[in-house]
Design a protein around this ligand. Structure first.
Ligand SMILES: Cc1cc2nc3c(=O)[nH]c(=O)nc-3n(C[C@H](O)[C@H](O)[C@H](O)COP(=O)(O)OP(=O)(O)OC[C@H]3O[C@@H](n4cnc5c(N)ncnc54)[C@H](O)[C@@H]3O)c2cc1C
Length: 409
């Protein structure tokens, strides 16, 4: 594992830092919008405006899509440069998570499986943040077992007619485009009859019903589709070959979630403990040290991934280890914060910014255990791919989707 930047990497880091110092708001300054996703910290419309403005600035200065080809507005750089820039940007009051599904997941999938026309049409506005994307994968009966989707798409000339229901769709109400999985052949085993569509969210037949989370925000929605017409040209990859594209999206999603959690900082919580005169409390000290150690381990796991990337090795099951570790770290961090703040943690108003911030982190932590593949599913991946334990018994692998017994049937 390499801990130090090479000369070239150090020069890149210095250039990134210098640019950010001039162009990005400082953490904690009035212009800081890095916690804007959290309820009570910023109006969602204002957050969207700021995040889009920041994305355009990044594109114009050559700091967006660092690994993307220049032809689509990117920098044509390396994964390592991209992760160096993210590390530096995380020190400032900025965010780009509105574009995670587009730039982080749909973009790489279109680059790998799309036609030239699709790449030219979708990638540049995606990178500029002009078109926001959402992921229409999960359904009430298809989450961990994603290939179990039952949303149907039936061909009608040059169009496909899509009917069904999705759930947990992050940012659906803000998205102009969606990546959608639908069943196009129920007579073959479940993984073999799925097609991957690029859908315009303004098409008649979509109904988006936001779901209120315990954080108070409406981060995701139920999405109903009633005979939504999608042009044949909007299929990514092959008809019934959508699973290959799906695997590309999911691998990128896991890497994204695993890498995104460095910002929740145990050091900030330690500073708060000192400020509140609680740094001598023996129970709290135990918890804070535990969080600090976990944050360091998380950092070293990140270095390992970064070293692999710099050697051109694609990320493997280590993203599952990182994702699982991040979920547990954030749970413990949130618990420690709540214990320290006590009754103050119950107050959600602008006069108590520290309370709001930590309360939100505490309430959001369980979501990380589920999103992008639950903790149990990550453990299954590690058991099978790292430890070489026997795989789960999958009785429906060679059965036509139509013949798989369904709940309530
Ligand atoms: C914050 C957040 C954002 C999300 N955003 C999106 C989005 O934008 N688009 C989208 O499509 N989806 C999204 N999801 C959905 C997410 O991918 C699913 O919630 C996740 O895959 C789990 O599926 P499920 O909720 O259906 O749970 P289930 O699959 O029904 O699982 C229920 C429980 O059973 C356990 N379990 C299931 N299978 C196994 C197994 N084989 N072995 C052991 N235990 C098992 C699970 O771990 C879990 O505890 C989001 C979820 C969250 C929390």
């Amino acid at each position: 594992m390499d801990f130090d930047d090479t000369e070239e990497e150090a020069a890149f880091r210095a250039e990134a830092r210098a640019w950010l110092e001039v162009n990005a708001p400082a953490k904690g300054s009035p212009d800081d919008f890095s916690t804007g996703m959290l309820e009570g910290t910023m109006d969602p419309a204002e957050y969207l405006r700021r995040v889009k403005e920041w994305q355009r600035l990044l594109v114009d200065a050559g700091w967006a899509g660092i690994t993307w080809p220049k032809a689509y507005g990117g920098r044509g750089g390396t994964s390592l440069q991209s992760s160096i820039f993210s590390q530096e940007a995380s020190r400032f009051g900025v965010a780009t998570n509105t574009f995670a599904v587009g730039i982080g997941m749909a973009g790489p999938t279109i680059m790998r499986h799309g036609t030239d026309e699709q790449k030219d049409r979708y990638l540049p506005p995606m990178l500029r943040g002009d078109e926001v994307w959402c992921q229409l994968f999960s359904e009430p009966d298809a989450g961990s077992d994603l290939a179990n989707i039952s949303t149907r798409a039936i061909r009608d000339g040059d169009e496909w007619v899509v009917t069904g229901q999705k759930v947990w769709t992050s940012g659906a109400h803000e998205a102009q485009w969606g990546i959608l999985l639908a069943r196009t052949d129920p007579d073959v085993p479940k993984h073999k009859g799925i097609t991957y569509f690029l859908v315009d969210m303004a098409t008649p037949g979509f109904e988006i019903r936001p779901l209120k989370q315990m954080t108070g925000s409406e981060h995701f929605s139920e999405v109903f589709m009633d005979e939504v017409r999608v042009p044949h040209a909007n299929i990514l990859g092959e008809v019934n070959g959508g699973w290959a594209c799906t695997l590309t999206t999911l691998a990128n999603e896991r890497g994204l979630i695993a890498g995104a959690n460095k910002s929740s900082d145990s050091v900030a919580l330690i500073a708060l403990a000192r400020q509140r005169g609680r740094a001598d409390d023996p129970n709290l000290r135990q918890q804070l040290v535990d969080c600090w150690i976990r944050q360091q381990i998380q950092r070293y796991l990140g270095y390992r991934l970064q070293t692999a990337l710099s050697k051109g090795v694609p990320p493997g099951p280590e993203t599952s280890v990182m994702k699982l570790f991040a979920a547990e770290y954030l749970r413990r961090l949130g618990n420690a914060a709540m214990e320290m703040l006590g009754p103050e943690a119950l107050v959600l108003d602008d006069s108590n910014p520290a309370g709001v911030d930590w309360q939100q982190r505490f309430l959001y932590a369980p979501a990380i255990r589920i999103a992008g593949g639950s903790n149990e599913v990550q453990r299954n991946i590690m058991a099978e791919r790292v430890l070489g334990l026997p795989g789960e018994i999958r009785t429906d692998r060679d059965v036509a989707f139509r013949d798989i017994p369904k709940g309530g049937a």
